[in-house]
Ligand binder design. Structure first.
Ligand SMILES: [Zn+2]
Ligand SMILES: [Zn+2]
Length: 372
């Protein structure tokens, strides 16, 4: 039997359903799930902060999934064998548009900005309208959504690469030119990471793997316990700044003083305007800034575009990451160059309570469902 944890509607408690295990789709496969990460996006979806037009109920969340190959469709072409450990590439989306073909996650069929597209064929496992990993047996339509997990990478770590890991990889890749430039010109780059949760922990490791001691990483948060974790995993300096907007001038100086100067690049994982404006204020001219955190605030205040132009700042948005970056990240972990965030195992029964903790920010590191 397949045991699945269903989200029946926004805000509602999750419900268990049992059903016979599906037959594998002709070109797809069934994965026996061993691990699924509990991501902050699960909370956003549950609490209707995404409110996508194509949202389906009931839906099984869990978009960071690893398991073993259980069954393969009769038309599926793959080098994988039943029993192989695999991670699910969540962001397959329509797989056919310009962006999907070019290994980007920004599929217009997923985010229908082009109203002419009426027949989306979307496969984003564990979000919106396709069932994900909070179940014992997950069906994928196309076996190419499955990647073999390298030998030295445990499955509970591999699953986290599928969203948190590749998001961090994508963010660092986008600000990389500014970091390289600073290293080439000055011998060292200063990078600020605002919001020291699970994705930032990946970003710290990836920065260290790419740039070694040529980069000074400053982890920033309002919670000192998260900064302790960031320090353990490789942050060079940490800044615990006060939440209150009126404390902004001190907060900016804390970053500049601790880094030994303004930062050359930064990533905002929080989606909060206060955090972003502080990051901008602590940045060097011509700095590169990546935006990862989705905003809960209805409306951003007017942007000081003129000063951004005079400062020569570059902004990059980051929505998850590519299949290529997932392969790269798994290889870095396999080679021992990147260590995962702190992991806390939970059962499928504990997912509801875990999401509450993620929502309030009490969850440190990353929570991962273990099926057995
Ligand atoms: Zn697409
Ligand atoms: Zn996620």
């Amino acid at each position: 039997m397949n045991r699945k944890l269903c989200l029946v509607d926004y805000y509602k408690p999750f419900e268990f359903v049992e059903e016979p295990i599906h037959k594998p789709p002709p070109k797809g496969a069934i994965v026996k799930v061993t691990n699924a990460g509990v991501c902050h996006s699960d909370v956003l979806l549950w609490q209707k902060e995404f409110d996508m037009p194509n949202q389906r109920f009931p839906v099984v969340l869990g978009h960071e999934t690893a398991g073993t190959l259980f069954a393969v469709g009769n038309e599926a072409e793959t080098e994988l064998s039943v029993g192989d450990r695999v991670v699910v590439f969540t962001w397959t989306n329509c797989g056919e548009c310009y962006n999907c073909v070019n290994d980007r996650t920004n599929c217009p069929n997923l985010l229908p900005t082009h109203q002419t597209i009426k027949t989306p064929n979307i496969k984003t496992y564990g979000l919106f309208n396709t069932d994900g990993g909070f179940q014992t047996h997950l069906a994928v339509d196309d076996v190419s959504s499955l990647l073999r997990i390298p030998e030295a990478v445990p499955s509970d770590i591999a699953c986290l690469c599928a969203c948190g890991g590749i998001t961090a990889m994508n963010a660092i890749t986008k600000i990389r030119p500014a970091i390289d430039e600073a290293i080439n010109l000055l011998g060292q780059a200063r990078v600020a990471l605002v919001g020291a949760g699970g994705i930032a922990q990946w970003a710290i490791q990836i920065c260290k793997a790419f740039f070694g001691d040529k980069v000074i990483i400053c982890a920033i948060d309002v919670r000192s316990d998260k900064l302790e974790d960031a320090k353990k995993i490789g942050a060079d300096v940490t800044v615990c700044w006060a939440k209150e907007p009126e404390k902004t001038p001190e907060a900016v100086m804390q970053v500049i003083d601790n880094c030994g100067g303004r930062v050359n690049a930064g990533v905002d994982f929080t989606g909060r305007t206060t955090s972003l404006s502080r990051l901008v204020a602590a940045s060097q001219m011509a700095a590169s800034i990546a935006l990862v955190g989705l905003s809960k605030e209805d409306q951003f205040p007017p942007l000081p575009i003129n000063s951004y132009i005079f400062l020569g700042l570059s902004f990059h948005t980051v929505y998850a990451g590519s299949k290529r970056s997932l392969v790269q990240l798994l290889d870095l972990i396999n080679e021992g160059k990147v260590k995962p965030p702190t992991i806390h195992h939970v059962t499928l029964e504990q997912v509801n309570a875990t999401l509450e903790k993620v929502m309030t920010g009490e969850q440190s590191g990353r929570a991962v469902v273990c099926m057995d």
